[in-house]
Design a protein around this ligand. Sequence first.
Ligand code: ADP
Ligand code: MG
Length: 253
Amino acid sequence: MLRGAHIDKSFGRGAARRQVLFDVSVDVREGECLAVIGGSGSGKSTLTRILLGLETADAGTVAYRGAAVTGGRRAPGRQALRRGSGLVFQDPFSSLDPRWTVARSVAEPLRLRHRGMPADEVGRRVAQALRTVGLEPATFLGRYPVDLSGGQAQRVAIARAIVNEPKVVLADEPMSAIDVAARVQILDAFAAIRDRRPDMALIMVSHDLGVVQHIADRVVVLHDGRVVEQGPTGRLLAAPSDPYTRELIRAAT
Ligand code: ADP
Ligand code: MG
């Protein structure tokens, strides 16, 4: 459903110019969870932002359901992807407005997208999104970010990302800033979403191979801006063919 082909990307100008992605090709299929792994600075965020149309590529193409995402602001696939995607980032508190209740934060995408949706329908969808991520609406609707733990705040951010029923969700290291003890709740939230929405694609950027093993169907390994290996999770983790992937796996165990 989402296809990136031969993507190059550099940052900076003149002598400071540095290429961070080299001829990267990657597919995301309907309903699958694709993990993007690799060391810090390997290009995971840049690549996934380009796939979602949030960043431009210098060369190569991205297509969403056959429609071009690359090629400018008005590219048809880019518009469709904007409406059809949800985003979750590393630090939940930086993505939640401290002045807004949970109810308002989660409702916001519905209000932007479906102006005029009746308030009771908004309330029903917000409550359902919160329950999906394991937060009881009666307890959380009226809370402010300051009253939430990191794990709860991240689950609110996930509820907001899925409330519009997106076709693809990008989660960029959603557990890295969360206490180890609360990470399992984030993982459970994603698993519950995948159960509810079997057609939704999930792109999970992570350096935690335990997470990858638990949730991903397929894995792409980036090393210094190049794809060194990709394949089904079980095969890739059990029998990595690339030396860098072997290093990653050895470092994790
Ligand atoms: P990762 O997510 O794997 O840690 P990133 O995609 O964030 O890697 O970054 C890849 C490389 O690109 C890094 O060297 C980073 O410093 C650089 N980079 C990322 N975003 C920018 C930017 N907006 N301007 C300049 N350099 C950037
Ligand atoms: Mg990153």
